[in-house]
Design a protein around this ligand. Structure first.
Ligand SMILES: Cc1cc2nc3c(=O)[nH]c(=O)nc-3n(C[C@H](O)[C@H](O)[C@H](O)COP(=O)(O)O)c2cc1C
Length: 158
């Protein structure tokens, strides 16, 4: 499959998770385009519930891909406002999509679950075909092993 990974990463943790997902996909023979979101203006580090207008240099065209994976950090117990803005600005009807998130706290209920649920709800509003998402906390002894495990789990439903 031709798969697009699109993500927001402020300090690099989600970028590293995206790269692990890319590796896992390529090892299964998929073609991967890896896109880190670039906003036109700095993004305020705030809850998605606080309104901000976010525009991007460019966004991929969903038609070019069989599946799209959306990722971002957990911010204030919710998703990255940037990845939500990207989802809202894309046409995703009938497209296979899944979400991934990274977080600082150790337990998924400390923002990770809520972030994934929020992203999936937005994808649902776009009539995307939503597949199960995955969370990777940085509060772990072996982050490389965890990224690999979560990547394999994420791509297993594609
Ligand atoms: C403004 C802000 C809010 C955050 N809120 C949470 C949170 O609610 N729960 C959590 O586990 N981590 C939280 N974090 C930590 C980030 O989710 C975590 O460090 C993430 O991996 C950063 O990803 P990045 O390096 O791709 O930007 C927050 C970080 C920032 C900057």
């Amino acid at each position: 499959m031709n798969i697009c990974l699109i993500y927001h990463s402020d300090t690099g943790n989600t970028k590293s998770f995206a790269e692990a997902i890319q590796n896992a996909l390529e090892q299964k023979g998929h073609q991967v385009t890896n896109i880190q979101l670039q906003s036109l203006a700095p993004i305020k580090k705030a809850s998605v519930r606080e309104h901000q207008d976010i525009s991007f240099r460019s966004l991929p065209k969903a038609d070019d891909y069989d599946a799209i994976l959306f990722g971002g950090p957990v911010w204030a117990f919710g998703p990255s406002p940037a990845i939500i803005a990207a989802i809202r600005q894309m046409t995703l009807k009938g497209k296979k999509c899944a979400c991934f998130a990274t977080m600082g706290f150790p337990y998924h209920w400390m923002g990770g679950n809520g972030a994934i649920r929020y992203m999936e709800r937005e994808l649902g509003k776009k009539d995307a075909l939503v597949l199960p998402g995955r969370i990777c906390s940085r509060a772990t002894r072996d982050i490389t092993a965890l990224r690999k495990l979560r990547s394999l789990e994420l791509i297993s439903s594609l």
